[in-house]
Write a protein that binds this ligand. Sequence first.
Ligand code: DAH
Length: 349
Amino acid sequence: MDPLAILHQAIADAPTAVAGIDSRESLERVEAELLGKDSPIGQVRRSMGSLDDELKPRVGAKLNEATARIDRLLDEKRMAVQEAEESRRLLEEEIDVTLERVTFPAGSLHLVQQTIDEIVDIFIGLGYQVASGPEADLAYYNFDALNTPPSHPSRWESDTMYLDWGAPEDEVLLRTQTSPVQARWMESHDPPVYIVVPGRTFRKDTIDATHLPVFHQIEGLAVDENITFGDLKGTLLHFAREFFGPKSQVRLRPHFFPFTEPSAELDVSCFACDGGVPGCRVCGGAGWLELLGCGMVDPAVLETAGYDSTRLSGFAFGMGPERIAMVRHGIDSLRHFIENDVRFLRQFR
Ligand code: DAH
């Protein structure tokens, strides 16, 4: 057969053969069929030597043209096949980044704990140590060692939760205050004493906006030589300014606690109205906010703990972090602290 006719036919047939390629394998197969040794083009190439001199250049030129055209077709197809395979692979390996991942909501410290930490930090800054004591304590430490006589109404069963009655010296109760740690610390440590005692306290109260049967206190105790009432006021003024702001003022009102003499209640000037805007949302116009109880440690408390009250003096204070957090954040009920409604808790992260 005429080699030129064969090459014409090969060029004409190629597009259809190439169009049928849909994979690497079929590409290789069709490439062999179109350009390989046994392909029509391959046969013409082999027969070149035996062609007439006159025919040879024309067949040679056509052979090159056919080879180049088919090569180009195959190259285009090769790219198309590679692209198709690539996108198929991407599709198979695709990660759906819009899929919701499993998350674990991060919690945060409770507002009461945050408040305790902040208050304690202020006293640590003054060189105080953090002390603690048992929540179930002897009546001795909760009352007797703190100069509280057996007849004192706070000892009544209506106010205090007793765990064990027994003989007076064996009575065990849930501490009603953190003050017993004063006596425990002094019993086992030499002066000077500079401690703060954050902890849980218990009273026989029914839950309402201003009472919880389980709440917290932070006790403070400083005992050293030459401690005066001025030190008490200066220390608590520093605390008030650190916690409520540098413009805060404090005032002391006479009060009574069995374990301090004299005793006082400490008020801080209202941080919202700076003291006396009628109808202030924080202080109601009073200008002052009740903060804590305090006083000079009664010499009897020092003596009971084995301290020499002629050489040493001290001051003590006790505050409620729940109350302080309420005042600071305008929280209207203690119930919020125990209901654990995340809508409340999330406001204080
Ligand atoms: N323990 C007292 C209370 O629960 C608070 C208190 C007042 C503690 C005066 C003190 C203090 O250390 O000196 O009401």
